[in-house]
Design a protein around this ligand. Sequence first.
Ligand code: FES
Length: 80
Amino acid sequence: MATIAFLLNGIPQRCEVSPDTSILTLLREHLAETGTKEGCASGDCGACTVAIGELAADIQGFASANACITPAPNFRASIW
Ligand code: FES
């Protein structure tokens, strides 16, 4: 298990997740944030796209990621 901390829509979050937990699973099943949808579950359709920014004093911008194939532990201290 890994502890990850991040801001979700501006709200601080801290979660324990297994190394293979995807961002989509974390959002939908752990945090009950069902606005992010699952389509193909293989990184092809983009239905699960989320915006991810680095946690810093001056945020420069966001990058998109397919939440269904992106492991949540990769993004400690990020903003979703
Ligand atoms: S559900 Fe299709 S890319 Fe994630």
